[in-house]
Design a protein around this ligand. Structure first.
Ligand SMILES: Nc1ncnc2c1ncn2[C@@H]1O[C@H](COP(=O)(O)OP(=O)(O)OP(=O)(O)O)[C@@H](O)[C@H]1O
Length: 273
């Protein structure tokens, strides 16, 4: 399927951003109590590209994603070791500044999760938390984010309506807009289209293609067609004895046309579950 981009407002990256938005994962292990979920993952995710994390259920894709913004800290019994660098900051360091980290790294979940308040308040809560105190600054930021996700003409004049009254696809775009409100370098998306119909899925895919010029996008998806449509790079995870590991990483073309492993070839061509 050919995806046309939305033409939504593109944030032009300021000059000299260089490596901003690159994620360097070094020897990361994740365990939940005695269960080792992810073993020794080393991976460099390029800035301002779309990288898809794919692989069968339980191979640790979400676990890796939640390490990058330290949401894993909120899971009782979870433990992550290794290093994940955003430029010079090791986000897994004990003394990492989590508020600053979550300003730099936004996250969007499988099921749209708007706060059960007005559209405006969805943004105000986040913006106030991250220090945007002046009302007119918040209004400008809301306007910028709604334009970035192509929602401005649909709901820009209805900011006081409940976010929960929006359609599922609109709610997910609102959640992406809310995640963009802190102007993150990185957006993590955990199966963001799996609860959406095909039209809403295409809208989100176009939006991600528009956003990738300014934000590093890492998307977990079970939808291989989606990965082929939008991802520049792809990391295939696998499991052995219940522990996930990185099997192969490269461009989508590398994994599809020149896989290094037979398992990669079989998985990418739908020959294994
Ligand atoms: N909170 C938790 N407590 C205990 N084990 C967990 C927890 N979260 C994940 N796991 C285990 O860690 C392993 C990896 O799970 P994870 O959700 O990261 O995989 P995944 O590849 O994202 O799976 P899926 O594609 O089904 O979402 C699985 O064996 C899972 O059961």
């Amino acid at each position: 399927m050919n995806i046309q981009t939305t033409g939504a407002a593109k944030a032009v990256p300021p000059p000299g951003r260089g490596e901003e938005g690159r994620i360097r994962v070094e020897n990361v292990n994740v365990a939940y109590g005695a269960i080792k979920a992810l073993s020794d993952v080393t991976l460099s995710i390029p800035p301002r590209r779309i990288t898809a994390l794919i692989g069968p259920s339980g191979c640790g894709k979400t676990s890796l994603l939640t390490c990058v913004n330290r949401l894993i800290d909120l899971i009782p019994g979870a433990n992550a070791t290794g290093r994940i660098f955003l430029r010079k900051t090791d986000v897994l360091a004990r003394d990492a500044d989590l508020l600053r980290l979550r300003k730099r790294v936004g996250m969007v979940f499988q099921k749209p999760n708007p706060f059960p308040f007005s559209i405006r308040r969805n943004f105000d809560i986040v913006l106030t938390e991250f220090g945007v105190r002046r009302r007119d600054d918040r209004e400008k930021r809301i306007d910028e984010c709604l334009r970035a996700v192509g929602l401005h003409t649909e709901i820009g004049h209805r900011l006081d309506m409940s976010a929960c009254a929006l359609s599922g696809g609109q709610q997910q775009r609102l959640c992406i807009a809310r995640a963009l409100a802190t102007r993150p370098e990185i957006l993590l998306l955990d199966e963001p289209c799996s609860a959406l119909d095909p039209m809403s899925t295409m809208t989100i895919e176009r939006l991600l293609l528009d956003l990738k010029d300014s934000v590093t996008l890492v998307i977990v998806t079970h939808n291989l067609s989606q990965a082929r449509r939008i991802a520049d790079e792809c990391a295939l995870f696998w499991t052995e004895c219940g522990t996930g590991y990185l099997l192969e990483h490269g461009t989508m073309a590398d994994l599809t046309d020149r896989p290094k492993n037979q398992v990669t070839a079989d998985y990418l061509h739908g020959r294994v579950a």
